[in-house]
Design a protein around this ligand. Structure first.
Ligand code: NDP
Length: 318
């Protein structure tokens, strides 16, 4: 299969790039990846995307973006890219489903994934009380005490969601202040069902077959304590999904793709990056969508220039 443009990733950046590229006649192929729709399919209400005064459910928004991209001729392939060769022309991508796809230009919009604490217990008890998604797993722990780790907007969002289901939510914050926006902090602090523990780190998650509690260490006093909870929701930020691009695309020390200033161009000709995969700072659905638009415009211009160069070379050699 050969395409002018392949977009890797199906979050707001990927779909927005697809809408613009399809409307420009580039017939993009969008490879959806392991989580079609991306991180927003794991959230509940999105309240800050412009144009939705009453808010919108994350999965619904992604469904609408997909339909909008398909309406203009985007082909969505439900597969996962496992290997790429982006330094050659044409660029080549191989999928888990056994496809080999060639592309003139590629937009990388693979987003980021939840970070974990790095405890052995997280692996052992994943799916047995350890989770990074309250909307997905909170229901299993209704009426029971749970913990949320983190002090950012994600942690607050998870805690607020769980406060409606669970008997008590313990929010475990490692400093004496949160990173979350003021409005989210205010909601969490005003919620009688959320108990904030300041200056604590999770030393271990307890339980053999399912979560029974957490062991905490107070960062100032050193005091170690245990808290009985039936689930631990880890919400400590994200890491960019760039493993398959390492060694080809230039990455920063955290693994985010480096793009040229005021553009989505990467270090490789014809390869563009959009959304969370290249944005350690803003990481919002709306900024991801904006950079998806930029990537499609950059790719379209690059492809036009290239076609112009090819045709002018052909005419000067004839
Ligand atoms: P952030 O990076 O903003 O916050 C991560 C939080 O986890 C921080 O409080 C950090 O602590 C803490 N943390 C990191 N590592 C550890 C660790 N090992 N142990 C304990 N705590 C740890 O990530 P988020 O996912 O919360 O948010 C990412 C972006 O998405 C932000 O821009 C946010 O505004 C946005 N967002 C917006 C939402 C909304 O508006 N509705 C909802 C969700 C996210 P420390 O501060 O000490 O580093």
């Amino acid at each position: 299969m050969k395409r002018p443009l392949v977009i890797v990733g199906s979050g707001p950046a990927g779909y927005t790039a697809a809408i613009y590229a399809a409307r420009a006649g580039l017939e993009p192929l969008l490879i959806a990846g392991p989580e079609p729709g991306g991180q927003l399919t794991k959230t509940s209400e999105v309240e800050n995307f412009p144009g939705y005064p009453e808010g919108v459910l994350g999965p619904q928004m992604m469904e609408e973006l997909r339909k909008q991209a398909e309406r203009f001729g985007t082909q969505v392939l439900y597969d996962v890219v496992e290997k790429v060769e982006l330094r050659t022309h044409p660029k080549r991508l191989w999928t888990l489903g056994g496809e080999e796809i060639q592309a003139e230009a590629v937009i990388v919009a693979t987003g980021s994934s939840p970070r974990w604490l790095g405890l052995e217990a997280e692996r052992r008890l994943y799916g047995a009380g350890v989770s990074a998604c309250a909307v997905c797993d909170g229901y299993f722990f209704r009426g029971q005490p749970v913990a949320v780790v983190g002090g950012g907007d994600s942690a607050c969002e998870e805690a607020l969601y769980l406060s409606k289901l669970c008997s008590q939510v313990h929010l475990l914050v490692r400093r004496d202040q949160m990173r979350a926006s003021q409005i989210m902090q205010a909601r969490v602090k005003a919620n009688p069902n959320i108990h904030i523990h300041w200056n604590v780190v999770v030393e271990d998650i307890l339980g053999e077959k399912f979560v029974e509690g957490v062991r905490l260490r107070h960062t100032r006093t050193g005091e170690v304590s245990e808290l009985a909870v039936r689930a631990v929701f880890v919400a400590i930020g994200h890491q960019p999904n760039t493993a398959i691009f390492a060694g080809q695309l230039e990455l920063d020390d955290q693994g985010y793709i480096l793009t040229q200033p005021k553009s989505t161009r990467t270090n490789l000709e014809g390869v563009f990056a959009a959304g969370d995969v290249q944005d350690p700072v803003y990481r919002q659905a709306v900024t991801a969508a904006g950079s998806g638009c930029m990537a499609a415009l950059d790719a379209e211009r690059w492809l036009s220039e290239k076609a112009y160069l090819l045709s002018s070379r052909a005419s000067s050699s004839s």
